[in-house]
Design a protein around this ligand. Structure first.
Ligand SMILES: [Zn+2]
Length: 333
């Protein structure tokens, strides 16, 4: 977060001519369960370690974190997108008002039926680096979203390995330069690898491992922002899959363009939404450690991180596999 400035289960009936009848059904929960606390923890302890030096845009520490992401994709058998030559989209210094050259990182799972239609799942992997000798590890912001993408990608790939690849394609986009001005997502949407007309949604994750002051009694919630701004379909997908698979409280407190915090404008989904791409932002709200050196892994609530990651997965899954892409029935104005 930048500072203020289903598929219906598919039943296959095999009716034999005789007495035997076999029913086999596709079970999405098998893949939802691959999103585990232990994997999230393993990844987050590395991505948000001191070794990554707070992942400031263009620094060696950020590049090291990027290499870890790429190696994780490779280990899971996931490659970079068709049409790219590697896992990097270089974002030049000149685009970022003189910040050092940096990279978005992308990974890709190709759709089986409508490969030209793309769902983007995004999270920024940069943070604010080292200030006065202190490392700001940005564990919630946005280490949490970064590792969520790794787990969502793994879930999709395991489904694909079992013959249940998504019908549309999915682009996992780890954007850079967010804390300095949403640069990575801005660069991508101005230089998209796939036409924006065929980019049917962005599911953006920025800070999903903690709770805020309004939820002291339970971490079983997530703020959704923007889900109904452009597309009633997208909003309904979020509601429906949550009810069906996850059952977390969807909190719409900040779901307004007039929200004085302006959260809708402060993370990367906005760069997709401004191009009229239906976008939803998953966010846990702010806390005392927001943009402090104390945003550390021991404060992460992994049960909440797991559930919210699973929610993002089932939203993306439904968008990938439902018959029609979400209709844009409202405008960004
Ligand atoms: Zn931030």
């Amino acid at each position: 977060m930048r500072s203020k400035v289903l598929l219906t289960p598919l039943y296959l009936f095999f009716l034999s001519s005789g007495f035997a009848q076999t029913t086999s059904s596709f079970d999405l929960t098998k893949y939802i369960r691959t999103i585990s606390i232990s994997d999230l923890k393993t990844h987050l302890e590395i991505v948000a370690s001191d070794e990554m030096e707070g992942r400031d845009t263009g620094t060696e520490g950020q590049k090291k974190a990027g290499v870890y992401l790429i190696n994780t994709y490779k280990n899971n058998g996931i490659s970079f997108p068709k049409g790219a030559t590697d896992f990097y989209q270089k974002v030049p210094s000149a685009f970022m008002k003189g910040l050092p050259d940096s990279e978005n990182i992308w990974a890709f799972i190709e759709g089986t039926e409508k490969p030209e239609e793309i769902v983007v799942v995004s999270a920024h992997y940069d943070h604010i680096g080292i200030i006065d000798g202190e490392i700001y590890n940005g564990t919630d912001d946005d280490g949490s979203g970064t590792v969520a993408l790794l787990e969502i990608a793994q879930a999709f790939q395991e489904a694909k390995n079992d013959g249940h690849g998504p019908k549309r394609s999915v682009l996992f986009l780890h954007v850079t330069g967010e804390e300095h001005g949403l640069y990575g997502s801005s660069y991508y949407t101005e230089n998209p690898l796939f036409p924006l007309e065929n980019t049917i949604s962005d599911v953006n994750i920025d800070m999903i491992g903690r709770r805020d002051e309004f939820h002291l009694k339970s971490n079983n919630y997530i703020y959704l922002i923007g889900s109904n701004f452009l597309s009633t379909d997208l909003h309904n997908v979020c509601e429906d899959v949550n009810k069906k698979y996850i059952n977390i409280k969807l909190d719409y407190k900040y779901n307004s363009r007039k929200d004085p915090n302006r959260f809708y404008y402060r993370s990367d989904h906005y760069n997709f939404a401004k191009h009229n791409i239906p976008s939803v932002f998953l966010f846990n709200g702010v806390h005392d450690d927001y943009h402090q050196a104390s945003d550390e892994v021991d404060k992460i609530e992994f049960d909440a991180l797991q559930k919210r990651t699973q929610l993002a997965f089932v939203i993306a899954w439904e968008l990938e596999n439902r018959k029609n892409r979400p209709v844009v029935d409202k405008s960004e104005k």
